[in-house]
Design a protein around this ligand. Structure first.
Ligand SMILES: [Zn+2]
Length: 165
């Protein structure tokens, strides 16, 4: 199944996920305006940059007008919609206008949004002397640089150490 990628996907997705996708030629210009390094990256990926035939664009306008989304769609949005329609592709987008317009003619839509990777860190106290670690408690001394306490075992300074939860 062909996937038409909107610009959000071009901006966010890792190269291996972009591979094989179809984008409108106008998105290439948009990407270059928005994020040069991303545009360079996109050039290294196996993407198809496709010109949009005027008949497909006309269909996109008709569909978007019928769903009521046309006034809010940009030229690039319309190109993306036209490609998705013309290729009977899966449309990858988070734009709810695009989504709505394409879904109104039973097009299948996939979200571009990637879950933000949330690195959860926890902090522990580590003794610079004996190496013992202990959890941070509420009365730990707060300082950006200085030792945050003294080791109960050996009396050496405690430092904060980051550990992945
Ligand atoms: Zn110690």
């Amino acid at each position: 199944m062909v996937r038409v990628l909107d610009t959000a996907a071009l901006l966010m997705w890792p190269p291996e996920k972009l591979a094989g996708g179809v984008c409108a030629a106008s998105q290439r210009d948009e990407l270059e305006r928005v994020d040069t390094s991303r545009a360079m990256l996109a050039e290294t990926v196996d993407l198809t940059w496709q010109d949009v035939p005027s008949t497909w664009l006309a269909e996109a306008r008709t569909v978007a007008a019928a769903s009521g989304d046309l006034p809010r769609l940009s030229d690039v949005d319309l190109d993306v919609l036209a490609l998705a329609l013309g290729l009977s592709a899966v449309l990858v987008t988070d734009d709810f206008r695009l989504r709505n317009a394409f879904a109104s003619v039973d097009g299948s839509v996939e979200a571009a949004g990637v879950k933000k990777r949330t690195n959860v860190w926890s902090w522990a106290l580590r003794c610079t002397g004996c190496g013992a670690t202990s959890p941070v408690n509420e009365d730990a001394h707060r300082s950006k640089r200085d030792a945050v306490g003294e080791c109960r075992t050996c009396g050496s300074p405690l430092v904060l150490k980051r550990s992945r939860r």
